[in-house]
Design a protein around this ligand. Structure first.
Ligand code: ADP
Ligand code: ADP
Ligand code: MG
Length: 444
C-alpha cells in the first residue's frame, strides 16, 4: 500500500480523501494556495505545502508545482479529487513519468473518455444507445446543414466540456451560428479545446447515472444509479438514490450498459456513466466522468462500499474482493449541495447531526469564503430506510443548519424538498427552475 498520498485538491473533497487515508493508515500531504493557508484540509493532513498564489491557475491547476511538491514530500501517489486536474490526461501522464501513481484511470483512458465525441463513437460501436447527434463539426455552416437531420431544439456541446460549461441550447436555426461560436469560445478558454458537435435536445428526460468500480484485473462492479435530474444551469443541485421512477428491468439494462462501457474503454478505478432516461424507458449515453463524482456519498450510503478507499486500493493494484451478486442496495439516500452565493466570513456555523445525517465540508467557524474557486460549501447527506423518511430527515437537517456571514442556497433547497413534485418523485432535468419559481411566495 502507498505510504504517503498527496491530495491535489481543496475544500470538502480534500477533507474526504484525507479522512479515508487516515482510516487506511496512509500519511497525507495537503497542498494549499495562499488563500487556503488556514484551511481545514491543511490542518488535518499530516504535512502541508503551499503550491502557489490564490487563483487556481497558479496553484491547484499548476501541474509543475504539484509534482514538485509530491517529489519533495516523498508522496508515492496523488489523489486529484474532482474538478481541477482530475480529468487532465497530461497531468496523469506527468505523474506516471515522475514515478508517482495518479489515483484514477490511465492517462490514455482519461484522454479517450474525456472527449465526448470519442466516447460517443465508442458507445455506438458497442451498441450502447447515444443521443442522436453528430461528430465534431468544423464551422456553423456545416452545423446548419447537419442540424436538418437532427431537428430543433438541439444542443451545441463542447467535446472537452464539463461542469455545465461549453453547452448551448438552440431553439431555432437563426440562433445556431451565435450559439456555435459562443460554445466553442467558452470551451476554448475553459478547456483549451474549442471543438463542438450537435446533439438532439431531449425534453422530459431524467439524468440517471451509474457508478462503476473497475480494478486492474478486469473485474468491474456497478454500484447502481443516482438520479441527478434536479439541476440549475446544467449543474446538479440535489441527487438521490435509488431513482424514484426506476424499474428493476431498466436498472439491469442500464447497469449492463455501464459495465459494457467501462470494459470497452479498458477503464480502471471509479467512474460514472451518465445517461438521459426518457419517459418511455429508453435511455441514452451522454458522457463518462473519469473521476470521483461529487455525489458519490449517496451511493456509499446505500451500498456500504467506500468508493474513495477502493480508488486508492485499485490504484495500488489490489483486486476488488466484492462480487456483483453480493452488492445489495438498501434504503434511500439524498444529497443537497450547499452553495455560497456571496463571499464573506462564516461568523456562525451550526452543522446538523443525528443518525445517518452528515455534512461533508471544509467549513469551520470564522473561515473565509473566497472568490477564487467553486462555490460549493459542502454536501448535506442523509440516509433512511425509505424515501419518505429520507425526505423528512433532509427537511429537518436543512432547517437545523445555520451558516451565517455568507449567502447560501439553503432556503432554495428547503423549497425543493418541500415541493409536491419532489415528494412525488415526478421531475425531469428542467423541473427545478419551475419548482423554485412556483414555490416563491406561496404554500411555504
Ligand atoms: P459532477 O457530476 O461530479 O457534479 P461536474 O461536471 O459538475 O461533475 O464537476 C464536478 C466539480 O468539479 C464541480 O464542483 C465543478 O464545478 C468542478 N469542475 C468542473 N470542471 C472544472 C474545471 N475545469 N476546473 C475546476 N473545477 C471544475
Ligand atoms: P457536463 O460535462 O457539463 O456535465 P453533460 O453532457 O453531462 O455535460 O450534460 C450536462 C447536463 O445537461 C445533463 O445532466 C442534462 O441535464 C443536460 N443535457 C445534456 N445533454 C442533453 C441532451 N442531449 N438533451 C437534454 N439535456 C441534456
Ligand atoms: Mg455531466
Amino acid at each position: 500500500m502507498f505510504s504517503k498520498i498527496l491530495v491535489a485538491n481543496r475544500g470538502e473533497v480534500a477533507v474526504r480523501i484525507i479522512r479515508a487515508c487516515r482510516e487506511m493508515g496512509i500519511e497525507t500531504v495537503a497542498v494549499y494556495s495562499e488563500a487556503d493557508r488556514n484551511s481545514l484540509p491543511a490542518a488535518l493532513a499530516d504535512e502541508r505545502i503551499c503550491i502557489g498564489a490564490s487563483p487556481a491557475a497558479e496553484s491547484y491547476l499548476n501541474q509543475k508545482n504539484i509534482i514538485s511538491a509530491a517529489l519533495a514530500m516523498g508522496a508515492n501517489a496523488i489523489h486529484p479529487g474532482y474538478g481541477f486536474l482530475s480529468e487532465n490526461a497530461e497531468f496523469a501522464a506527468l505523474c506516471e513519468e515522475n514515478g508517482i501513481t495518479f489515483i484514477g484511470p490511465d492517462s490514455k483512458v482519461l484522454e479517450a473518455m474525456g472527449d465526448k465525441d470519442h466516447s460517443r463513437q465508442l458507445m455506438k460501436e458497442i451498441g450502447v444507445p447515444v443521443v442522436p447527434g453528430t461528430e465534431i463539426l468544423k464551422d456553423a455552416a456545416e452545423a446548419k446543414e447537419r442540424a436538418k437531420e437532427i431537428g430543433y431544439p438541439l444542443l451545441i456541446k463542447a467535446t472537452a466540456g464539463g461542469g455545465g460549461k461549453g453547452i448551448r441550447v438552440v431553439w431555432k436555426e437563426d440562433e445556431l451560428e451565435n450559439a456555435f461560436y459562443a460554445a466553442s469560445r467558452e470551451a476554448e478558454s475553459a478547456f483549451s479545446n474549442g471543438d463542438v458537435f450537435l446533439e438532439k435536445y431531449l425534453t422530459s428526460v431524467r439524468h440517471v447515472e451509474m457508478q462503476v468500480l473497475a480494478d486492474c484485473f478486469g473485474n468491474i462492479l456497478c454500484l447502481g444509479e443516482r438520479d441527478c435530474s434536479l439541476q440549475l444551469n446544467k449543474q446538479k443541485v440535489l441527487e438521490e438514490t435509488l431513482c424514484p421512477v426506476m424499474t428493476e428491468e431498466i436498472r439491469q439494462q442500464m447497469m449492463d450498459a455501464a459495465v459494457k462501457a467501462a470494459k470497452a474503454a479498458e477503464y480502471t478505478n471509479a467512474g460514472t456513466v451518465e445517461f438521459l432516461l426518457a419517459p418511455d424507458g429508453q435511455f441514452y449515453f451522454i458522457e463518462m466522468n473519469t473521476r470521483l463524482q461529487v455525489e458519490h456519498p449517496i451511493t456509499e450510503e446505500i451500498s456500504g462500499i467506500d468508493i474513495v478507499k477502493w480508488q486508492i486500493r485499485i490504484a495500488c493494484r489490489i483486486p476488488l474482493d466484492i462480487r456483483q451478486e453480493n452488492i445489495h442496495l438498501h434504503g434511500h439516500s439524498i444529497e443537497c449541495r450547499i452553495n455560497a452565493r456571496s463571499t464573506g466570513i462564516v461568523d456562525f456555523l451550526h452543522i446538523p447531526g443525528g443518525a445517518r445525517v452528515h455534512f461533508d465540508t471544509a467549513l469551520v467557524q470564522d473561515c473565509e469564503i473566497v472568490p477564487y474557486y467553486d462555490s460549493m460549501l459542502g454536501k448535506l447527506i442523509v440516509y433512511a430506510q425509505d424515501r419518505e423518511e429520507a425526505i423528512r430527515k433532509m427537511e429537518a437537517a436543512l432547517c437545523e443548519m445555520v451558516i451565517q456571514g455568507v449567502e447560501t442556497n439553503i432556503e432554495d433547497q428547503l423549497r425543493l424538498v418541500r415541493s409536491k413534485a419532489f415528494f412525488k418523485g415526478e421531475y425531469d432535468t428542467l423541473a427545478l427552475q419551475n419548482i423554485l419559481e412556483e414555490g416563491r411566495g406561496i404554500n411555504e
